[in-house]
Design a protein around this ligand. Sequence first.
Ligand code: PGA
Length: 249
Amino acid sequence: MTARRKLIAGNWKMNGLSAQLGEVSAIAQLAAGRSDIDVALYLPATLIAPAAPLAGTVLIGGQDCHQEEAGAFTGNVSAAMLVEAGARGTLVGHSERRAYQQESNTDVAAKAARAHAHSLAVILCVGETLETREQGDEAAHAWVVEQLRASLPEGASPDWLTIAYEPVWAIGTGKVATPPQVAAMHAALRTALVEALGEDAGNVMRILYGGSVSGDNAADILHTANVDGALVGGASLTAAKFAPIVDAA
Ligand code: PGA
């Protein structure tokens, strides 16, 4: 059994102005008492610089970075920009970006590689839609495993890469995948990681669960086999809602 440190990560999505920086400080306070786990916050790009000095041990990250180094990509943020602002990591391949910005698996792998080239830790998100899940568990496992394989960057290593399984039908809906559904998907992803990266790296890479995680369900989710933490959207926006999830880890 490989010991993997749990990671509780918050994703603020397109939420948060400077008035909410007090929540970053309060979440830093929560994390300060927990040397046994990792805590991270993936903030809007505009909040990274003001949040970084408040974050203590909390890793501050961006929510995406462009796959190119720089250039004519209006509205995008580069890995170097995230680093300069004070980020130590980034999400890539979140289902909202895959859906609304038409990001492909190839794009996602390139974004992860670019982020790593700038020494950013990366969380790579995968997950199936309701339509795929309704084709049955086996179909959902096969689909997500293929998405993972196609999104994995060259040189993927647990030193800098974490996977997040986020079923699209569970994001922001209040519908949480059941512990048996999560266990089965995470087992399939674990097998795929071992195949792709070898026994050592494949067994050490963390796999988070995300999708309507809250204080009410965090303990069940976090005690499910192969669940190495949570990626939390709505319930990460305030320290009060995030605290019970950190406590459950
Ligand atoms: P949610 O979002 O916790 O609000 O469902 C999770 C995510 O999209 O990362």
